[in-house]
Ligand binder design. Structure first.
Ligand code: HEC
Ligand code: HEC
Ligand code: HEC
Ligand code: HEC
Ligand code: HEC
Ligand code: HEC
Ligand code: HEC
Ligand code: HEC
Length: 447
């Protein structure tokens, strides 16, 4: 047994040397280093003696090919490391026709044995439990998870955490393909670990290039309520990515990325990568100053440190003055949207005080008008400003806010008049921003 292993080891070593020598010659003559590394890996996987690899080459060749191109295979991380567990491990299934147990998926607990730091950062982010709680409510969490959930610095801050009413109304036959697809990035696993690293690291290549490209984020950060992907595509940064990205160094070692590798940022550069003055993080809240997704945005607990970390990225390419001016301008836009949303809340409050809307959510069109105003257009205007998508600030943002507000105001006064009550007197120019602010000030004085 021992000599057999040694023989295998020696022959692997010799084959390795031959392959490396061949690769050097190929690289030297063709100048294409990447292809030759891939070629070496492809040949090594074909010669692997690992029983999982050998048999799965026949049964699931796609998985073996992807694994063969991964940093895991190159660093001797095996199929067993991520899949093989004891029979009593939560979620374990007996392997077909074999006497060992596997996880049919692999959970965060397996990744954690080697990537502790990334897992800890991920747990402290809104991608973990807060993403799940957003639809399921916090009532479904066990004690341990509840404690983790409450300890997330940027976890609280906005919105009630009972089961989401749209989730309840649509029913699980629908939401399994909707909310869950995106929000299960933070769902607890049977073994009590949290979330799904493969939401961004598609198996089995776990490629840095794939994770760093913005298409990875567009699986979820897309659509009328969070169009970060669409916004990015129309920004100067996104244009550079789309026109020049094929020349960038996508495989640079984590923590070593510079403007030489990437002359413009992707989602990952600004929110996650080690770049400029900022260290790599899997806590995507680490660099944010506002709760932008909230109806009325407030500051985050450690927003000054967070700003320093985000600007630590910008400053690799922009001047202090440029970045400070940009931040001041974008902050001012957030305040405008906040005031429009406050004005819309005041209109609804008047109707509620007079029993002219039901207490139930989403049971009459006016609920949708009020919701769309902040949830789609308010958010979109804010995201558009911070990530430079003018069309989203304007035609999918501010303009739509004005439109919904005009409808809301007319509908409210129709209802008041129908009930024989005084209509609301809106300042001239409403829903323009100055008039909206006047409206809020009058309501505050009246209190
Ligand atoms: C003798 C062949 C063979 C060997 C050895 C083998 N597998 Fe499999 N494996 C299969 C087949 C066949 C399937 C079922 C594929 C299917 O359902 O289409 C499978 C399925 C799996 C599944 C999915 C199980 C599920 O219920 O969805 C995992 C995970 C897995 N194998 C991992 C491993 C690991 C890890 C090893 C090495 C410790 C290994 N396999 C060794 C043939 C093998
Ligand atoms: C770095 C960890 C890791 C390694 C190494 C790894 N896997 Fe996986 N594997 C996963 C994860 C994570 C999933 C679940 C993916 C998902 O949820 O989409 C998975 C899923 C699977 C599945 C079920 C997927 C399906 O679509 O049916 C099989 C089968 C499987 N792996 C086999 C293997 C085999 C065989 C190897 C070695 C050649 C291997 N894995 C190596 C992490 C790993
Ligand atoms: C047995 C240890 C081990 C396990 C388990 C493991 N990894 Fe890794 N992982 C490594 C090693 C070693 C590297 C290579 C590190 C390096 O290049 O410095 C790596 C690299 C990576 C990379 C960077 C890839 C690159 O091209 O540099 C990602 C992403 C990654 N792992 C994700 C995962 C995920 C997700 C899981 C769980 C599904 C997981 N790993 C499970 C050991 C492991
Ligand atoms: C396409 C993916 C996707 C789908 C489908 C989706 N969401 Fe989201 N959701 C997101 C993203 C991304 C954010 C983060 C927005 C941000 O921070 O800019 C988010 C934010 C939220 C928030 C605000 C954050 C929080 O924790 O309070 C709630 C609540 C929410 N979603 C609930 C739901 C519910 C309920 C459904 C289904 C009825 C759903 N989402 C469907 C991707 C999705
Ligand atoms: C929101 C998307 C996202 C999720 C979820 C995610 N990652 Fe990553 N991960 C990335 C990006 C982007 C990078 C590349 C960072 C860079 O440019 O250096 C990365 C890099 C890595 C690396 C390479 C080393 C490093 O720190 O850069 C490892 C290892 C890793 N991730 C493991 C994990 C594990 C384990 C999980 C699950 C807890 C996970 N990732 C979840 C996006 C994600
Ligand atoms: C599988 C879906 C999914 C993918 C893929 C994904 N996200 Fe998210 N992301 C979410 C959800 C859901 C939320 C909102 C969680 C909440 O607040 O409830 C979120 C929130 C965020 C936030 C706000 C966090 C906070 O503290 O408010 C940032 C920033 C973010 N994601 C960046 C990224 C980046 C960058 C990528 C790609 C590298 C990415 N996400 C990939 C689903 C995803
Ligand atoms: C040039 C850097 C940059 C790029 C590129 C970028 N973002 Fe952002 N992003 C920001 C800034 C700055 C903010 C607002 C920060 C704050 O609150 O102070 C932000 C806000 C966000 C938020 C809102 C979080 C909340 O509070 O609700 C999400 C989600 C997000 N970005 C995801 C993405 C995704 C996905 C991509 C790629 C499609 C992307 N970003 C590209 C810089 C960037
Ligand atoms: C890796 C380099 C890089 C990083 C990092 C970077 N940018 Fe940029 N940015 C650029 C380039 C290049 C342009 C295109 C300039 C042009 O249009 O001539 C640009 C354009 C812009 C523009 C549009 C300017 C205009 O006149 O249209 C804004 C605003 C901006 N960046 C803000 C930011 C902010 C805020 C950050 C950090 C959150 C940031 N950038 C991070 C490289 C970068």
């Amino acid at each position: 047994m021992l000599s057999k292993t040694r023989l295998l080891f020696t022959s692997t070593l010799i084959t390795g040397f031959v392959l490396v020598a061949a690769a050097i010659i190929i690289a030297w003559t063709s100048g294409d280093v990447t292809t030759s590394t891939d070629t070496i890996l492809a040949q090594q996987i074909a010669q692997s003696a690992n029983e999982c690899v050998v048999c799965h080459t026949n049964h699931t060749p796609g998985i073996v090919n992807q694994y063969g191109a991964s940093a895991h295979f190159a660093n001797n991380v095996s199929c067993e490391d991520c899949h093989e567990v004891e029979a009593e491990y939560p979620g374990a299934v007996q392997h077909p026709d074999e006497d060992f147990w596997v996880l049919p998926y692999s959970s965060t607990a397996q990744c954690e044995t080697c990537h502790r730091e990334q897992v800890q950062q991920f747990y402290l982010s809104r991608h973990a439990l807060p993403a799940y709680v957003a639809y399921a409510g916090s009532g479904v969490l066990n004690e341990e998870h509840l404690e983790i959930y409450r300890s997330i610095p940027e976890g609280g801050g906005y919105m009630d955490r009972s089961r989401n009413s749209l989730h309840a109304m649509e029913g699980e036959a629908v939401t399994r393909f909707a909310c869950e697809t995106c929000h299960d990035v933070g769902k607890p696993n049977p073994d009590n670990s949290i979330g799904n690293c493969t939401a961004c690291h598609i198996r089995h290549e776990f490629s840095l290039e794939q994770a760093r490209k913005p298409e990875t984020c567009n699986a979820c950060h897309i659509g009328p309520d969070h169009p970060q992907w669409e916004i990015y595509q129309q920004s100067a940064h996104g244009i550079l990515y789309m026109t020049d990205g094929h020349n960038w160094h996508w495989d640079a070692e984590p923590g070593t990325l510079t403007t030489v590798d990437m002359p413009a940022p992707t989602c990952s550069t600004c929110h996650m990568s080690g770049f400029g003055l900022s260290a790599t993080t899997h806590d995507v809240g680490d660099r944010l100053s506002w709760f932008l997704a909230a109806p009325i945005s407030t500051r985050r607990p450690s927003h000054l440190e967070n700003i320093a970390r985000m600007q630590g990225v910008c400053l690799a390419c922009h001047s202090n003055n440029f970045v400070d001016t940009f931040y001041a301008d974008a902050d001012a836009l957030v305040e405008s949207v906040n005031d429009w949303v406050r004005a819309s809340d005041l209109i609804m409050a008047t109707l509620r005080e007079n029993d002219l809307v039901t207490a139930a959510p989403f049971d009459e069109p006016i609920d949708y008008t009020h919701f769309n105003l902040w949830h789609h257009w308010g958010r979109t205007a804010k995201f558009g400003a911070w990530m430079q998508g003018a069309d989203y600030v304007q035609w999918h943002g501010a303009y739509e806010i004005l439109h919904e507000m005009a409808e809301l105001a007319e509908e409210a006064n129709d209802r008041l008049e129908e009930a024989g009550l005084e209509p609301i007197e809106f300042p001239e120019g409403f829903p323009g921003i100055d008039a909206a602010r006047e409206f809020i000030a009058e309501a505050e004085n009246a209190e």
